[in-house]
Design a protein. Sequence first.
Length: 147
Amino acid sequence: MKQFVLIIVILVTSGCANNSSKELDNLAPNADITEKEVILSEEDAYSILIKQKLQEHIDKYIIAQNHPSFSIEKENEYLFSEQRKLIKDVDLISPLKMISDSTKVTKTKVVFNSGIDTIYTYIKTSQTIVDGKLLKTVKLRFERGKN
């Protein structure tokens, strides 16, 4: 009985493996594969980046509270009015305002399941040429806002 089950498993596995390679062979190298080009506004792109960095900040803060050996540089102050765990949404309340050639600031609304906080987000961009390629970097800094 064990041999019968083993043979069936081998046949099914090899059959599936053969089908996937046939499907790949059917794709011509010059086939028209359409890619959807996603165009984001500058504000939408910064909103996504801000949400990711704020969630990282929250996660680091939670780890530091639960594990005293984990240290956080420069982020010892918690940004939000209450202990929050998961960001639901981020909205830029005010338009991006240029402070200097490379720094912008915006007032940011951070929505959680349990409430809303307002912070100020400073966005510093820089460009560097490495091996003939232009690299753009973005650094974010947050300050606690007043609700």
